[in-house]
Design a protein around this ligand. Structure first.
Ligand code: ATP
Ligand code: MG
Length: 283
């Protein structure tokens, strides 16, 4: 039985549960406890604070975990990064009061910096030979300068709105993070085999995310051009229509490019374009 640790609440909880569901693992949220078994895969889910996830995976209490790369880097436990998951994106940045002039990292020499990520910050400053004083606080880091606790902060930024509303500006982007699947270093063979199966499914889920299935009728004379507009996985599927000189073309496109592709296809004579939701692509 594989055990996977995920966040019990907070920003990564919902998407972690959603990912498990997307890859066909039924975890009954209604009966959710500290530990719950999936009904259709030999896996049990352990719900923890994100701070504790790298440690339980490193010491073997859980074989796998889903956690922010920032937590992995901060805690320093030796675990394998088995997959990047493409959600929970954020960065950890240095920020200073917005009225201050900034010419480079030297600015921080002798300054007091408030943070919940002292290990990542210490590494960054040491590499640049800058000595500063770190004030480790666990929450509300962004109010530290206004409260007189520190001169600057090192904190998570996603849109930057929190910084602005606290009169701060971002001056160094130090660490880029996203949710990752982590694994213990010495998994037993049977756990490793289950992990490989999960990785295969996750890969397919990542490939299908944000994709649409497109089909349309197109004059056969415009086919070469349409194929150029739609570089599908290998090549688009083409099927003849009963009407002479027409065929049906099927392909997969990124949702982000959908309207631009539709515009180009209409311009070369495509008709009856259908856009369908795509569930899975198994490469
Ligand atoms: P816990 O109670 O589990 O310790 P937490 O308060 O430490 O939770 P959350 O705020 O739920 O953590 O964030 C979890 C993770 O989500 C972060 O470690 C980070 O990887 C990611 N994340 C993405 N965007 C943001 C953001 N804007 N602010 C904070 N974390 C973010
Ligand atoms: Mg935490």
């Amino acid at each position: 039985m594989l055990r996977i640790a995920i966040q019990n609440k907070g920003r990564l909880n919902e998407q972690s549960v959603a990912l498990l569901r997307e890859i066909g693992i039924n975890v009954d949220e209604a009966k959710r406890k500290f530990l719950s078994k999936a009904s259709n895969f030999p896996i049990e889910v352990l719900y923890l604070r994100d701070d504790d996830i790298p440690q339980v995976v490193a010491n073997g209490t859980a074989s796998l975990g889903i956690v922010g790369l920032n937590e992995v880097a901060e805690r320093g436990f030796d675990v394998e990064i088995a997959a990047r998951l493409g959600f929970g994106g954020c960065r950890i940045s240095l920020a200073i009061p917005k009225g201050e002039e900034y010419a480079g990292v030297e600015y921080f020499r002798g300054k007091r910096i408030a943070t919940s990520y002292p290990a990542i910050l210490r590494r960054f400053l040491e590499e640049r030979g800058v000595e500063a004083e770190l004030e480790v606080i666990t929450g509300s880091v962004e109010i530290a300068p206004a409260a007189g606790i520190a001169d600057a902060i090192f904190d998570i930024v996603s849109s930057g709105g929190t910084l602005v509303s606290n009169g701060l500006k971002e001056v160094e982007r130090v660490f880029e993070s996203e949710a990752v699947l982590i694994a213990g270093r010495n998994l037993p063979d049977e756990d490793r085999a289950l992990l490989d199966e999960l990785l295969f499914r996750i890969e397919s889920e990542k490939v299908s995310r944000g994709k649409k299935y497109l089909l349309m009728n197109i004059p056969t004379s415009a086919l070469d051009e349409a194929v150029k507009i739609l570089p599908a996985m290998r090549s688009p599927t083409v099927m003849p229509l009963a009407a002479e000189g027409w065929c049906s073309l099927h392909s997969v496109v990124d949702a982000a490019d959908l309207w631009e592709k539709v515009r180009q296809l209409k311009a070369i004579g495509a008709e009856g374009i259908l856009v369908l939701t795509l569930d899975k692509i198994i490469p």
